[in-house]
Design a protein around this ligand. Structure first.
Ligand code: BJW
Length: 317
């Protein structure tokens, strides 16, 4: 039933059996078949208007209400989504190999919910479910805040908020995308033609007071505990990853799953692992997203083309 070339599957399985120290670098494509949109490329929720332009400190400073609506929606969708077989396959690999660590760029919590050991899971870009205070003199941080909506003003109308399996042959991501548009187009008849950059769309105005505020200092605005462009990755997370990479023993394998590998420093771990002897196995729907570009793979590496939720359970069996 598999479309994976037999020779590739065999050579990979042989290498995996001999591999001890293994890394996985994960991106949004891992969660695509769970119905969560990616950032770039087809099916991207914010593709026409750049999700990445909202993932910045500048956007938050300029319009915290807009940015909070984006994240509130993402929190809601992630809570509704279920981990897929790829999340489970990686969690199982972590259980049977204590020398395997996962570097996830994803903030959706699905690896954790698949039972991935926390000690082997490094969240490079934080989590949608962490929040922290933005007041400069306040150190409030809260993890695993699953309150949905986080404040009443950020509620999504219930009937629009289900992750619907496609009515037509929509992918989950497309359903999610039109759902997002619907949420912002209460008065629009044709949600699909509109996007958030369209001035006909009214973004609900949320008074500053009704956005999430800090329970500790009572004053500061809370923000999502994710890593935005221009911000540094969590220091302890990076130190743990560096410690693994800098160990004298070689790294046998790095799995690069569902990421466009364009965002640094995350993407740089592929070359760092390679420099420590690792072979590279890429799992992606799109061949042009090979790390390092079209010529990025070397003799003995693998490219498994297709849906991570189908491929990972096969190759990690
Ligand atoms: C499937 C599939 C299926 C679909 N199965 N596959 C060096 C060079 C150039 C620039 C820089 C550099 N070093 C630093 C920078 C600046 C910047 C950066 O990298 N810019 C580049 C874009 C050019 N980096 C930073 O700012 C980082 N901070 C930093 O470096 O601090 C030090 C510093 C500070 C100040 C100045 C200078 C240095 C921080 C980066 C933070 C990224 N944050 C985000 C948002 C997180 C919160 C949120 O979720 O909202 O992280 S942006 C976004 O991109 C998110 C993702 O984790 C990240 C990566 O995206 P990902 O996961 O790869 O998703 P996509 O959509 O791009 O790809 C999906 C893939 O899946 C595609 O390939 C599909 O084909 C595939 N796919 N379905 C398998 N079913």
């Amino acid at each position: 039933s598999s479309s994976i070339p037999k020779a590739d599957l065999e050579s990979f399985s042989n290498h995996l059996k001999q591999s001890r120290r293994i890394l996985a670098l994960l991106g949004a494509g891992l969660s695509a078949s769970s119905g969560l949109p990616t950032f770039r490329g087809t099916g991207g929720l914010w593709r026409s208007h750049e999700a990445t332009s909202l993932a910045t400190p500048e956007a938050f400073a300029q319009d915290a209400a807009l940015v909070w609506q984006f994240y509130s929606y993402r929190r809601h969708m992630a809570l509704q989504a279920q981990p897929n077989l790829a999340h489970h396959a990686l969690a199982a690999l972590a259980r049977r190999n204590p020398e395997f660590i996962t570097l996830s760029q994803n903030v959706d919590g699905l690896s954790q919910r698949a039972g991935h050991r926390a000690s082997q899971l490094h969240l490079l870009h934080g989590s949608l479910f962490d929040v922290r205070c933005t007041a400069f003199d306040c150190d409030f941080i809260q993890q695993n805040n699953f309150t949905d909506p986080i404040v009443p003003a950020l509620a999504i109308p219930r009937e629009q908020a289900q992750l619907k399996p496609s009515e037509t042959d929509n992918t989950g991501a497309e359903a999610a995308s039109s759902l997002y548009n619907a949420m912002h187009t209460a008065n629009a008849s044709s949600a699909k033609e509109l996007d958030i950059s369209d001035d006909r769309i009214e973004i609900p105005q949320i008074p500053h007071d009704e956005l999430p505020h800090c329970p500790q200092c009572g004053d500061g605005l809370l923000r999502p505990g994710v890593v935005w462009f221009g911000e540094t990755l969590p220091r302890r997370t990076m130190a743990a990853v560096d410690a693994f990479i800098d160990e004298p023993r070689k790294i046998d394998l790095i799995l690069v799953v569902g990421t466009s590998a364009k965002v640094y420093p995350a993407a740089g771990y592929v070359d760092e692992a390679r420099a420590k002897g690792a072979k590279v196995a890429v799992v992606n729907m799109d061949r042009k997203d090979t790390p390092g570009g079209p010529g990025g793979l070397q003799e003995g590496d693998w490219f498994f083309e297709g849906d991570a939720s189908k491929i990972l359970p096969e190759i990690l069996k």
